[in-house]
Ligand binder design. Structure first.
Ligand code: HPA
Length: 276
C-alpha cells in the first residue's frame, strides 16, 4: 500500500506511521508542541533560530507536496529553552487546505501526526480577512471560537466530541498575559478557493464572526479530538470583501504576513516556553 492509500484507508495509522518516521529521522522520541505556520507566517519561524532538523513534508508518510505560494511544505524540529528544560517543537511550514480537493484527511494529517509524535499543545496560525471593522491589517487576533461553514468534519462515526473549550482558555490567558494588546475573535471557516462575496461577509458578521479564512478549523477539531490543547492565532492580512471596497488578492496576504513576521515570531518565541 502506498503512503497516500494508507492516509485515506486508515488516517490514524498513517499518522502513527508518520510520527514514527519523524522520531527516527529527528532522533527525538517525543516532541512537546506543534506549530502549523499558515500563509504569511512562514517567515516568523526565523525568530526561533536554526532548526535541528528539516525535511520536505512529502518525504513523510501521508504528506502531500505544497500547492500554494507562501506554504513551503517543510517539516522542522526545533529545541526551545524553557527554564532548565528543553522543549521540542515540531513545526510544519505550510498545510493542505480543503479547497485543494484532496479530501479532509490530508488537511488534518499534520496535526494528527504531531499528536502521535507526543505534542500536547498545537498552535495553529493563519492569514485571514478581518470582518470586524475594529481590526487593522497586520494585527494578530487570538481565535476564541469558530463557526464552520464548510459542512465538513475530520471525524467520522459516532464520535460526539465537546468543543466548548476548543481554543484553550488556559492557553489564551497565558498568551494575553504576554501581550495584553491582543484581541480575541470568532473565526469562520470558508472552503474557498474563492474569497467571499461582500454579501457573504455581511452574513458572517450577522452570525457573529470577526475573522474569515480557509483553514485551521478542521485541524483544531482533529487535534482536540486526540486530546491536544489548541491555540489559534489569525493574522489579519486584509479587510474582508466589501469592508473597504478594495479587491482582494493573495499577494497582499503574503506581503502583510512578511511585514508582521518578526512581531509574530517574537510573540511565539515568548509564549511557547510558558505553555508546557
Ligand atoms: N477570506 C478568506 N481567507 C483569507 C482572507 C479572506 O479575506 N484573507 C486571507 N485568507
Amino acid at each position: 500500500m502506498t503512503s497516500n492509500q494508507l492516509l485515506y484507508s486508515d488516517p490514524l495509522k498513517a499518522a502513527e506511521q508518520a510520527a514514527s518516521e519523524i522520531a527516527k529521522r529527528t532522533g527525538v522520541l517525543s516532541h512537546d508542541i506543534a506549530l502549523v505556520m499558515g500563509s504569511g507566517w512562514v517567515d516568523a519561524v526565523s525568530v526561533l533560530g536554526s532548526p535541528d532538523f528539516e525535511c520536505n513534508a512529502d518525504e513523510i508518510t501521508g504528506f502531500l507536496p505544497p500547492a500554494v505560494e507562501g506554504h513551503s511544505g517543510k517539516i522542522r524540529s526545533y529545541s526551545i529553552k524553557s527554564g532548565d528544560k528543553i522543549l521540542r517543537a515540531l513545526v510544519f511550514l505550510g498545510r493542505t487546505h480543503l479547497y485543494e480537493g484532496k479530501g479532509i484527511e490530508p488537511v488534518v494529517h499534520g496535526v494528527r501526526t504531531a499528536v502521535k509524535a507526543g505534542c500536547k499543545v498545537v498552535i495553529l496560525t493563519n492569514a485571514c480577512g478581518g470582518i470586524n471593522t475594529s481590526y487593522s491589517v497586520g494585527q494578530p487576533v487570538l481565535i476564541r471560537d469558530h463557526i464552520s461553514l464548510t459542512a465538513t468534519s475530520p471525524l467520522i462515526g459516532a464520535h460526539f466530541v465537546d468543543l466548548t473549550d476548543l481554543y484553550s482558555k488556559r492557553i489564551r490567558a497565558i498568551v494575553k498575559a504576554a501581550d495584553n494588546s491582543l484581541a480575541e475573535g470568532v473565526y469562520v471557516h470558508w472552503r474557498g478557493p474563492t474569497y467571499e462575496t461582500p454579501a457573504e461577509i455581511l452574513m458572517m458578521r450577522a452570525l457573529g464572526a470577526d475573522l474569515v479564512g480557509m483553514s485551521t478549523v478542521p485541524e483544531a477539531i482533529a487535534a482536540h479530538a486526540l486530546g491536544a490543547e489548541v491555540l489559534g492565532i489569525s493574522l489579519v492580512t486584509n479587510a474582508a470583501a466589501g469592508v473597504t471596497g478594495e479587491k482582494l488578492n493573495h499577494e497582499e496576504v503574503i506581503a502583510a504576513g512578511k511585514a508582521a513576521a518578526t512581531r509574530m515570531g517574537t510573540l511565539l518565541k515568548e509564549v511557547i516556553p510558558k505553555l508546557l
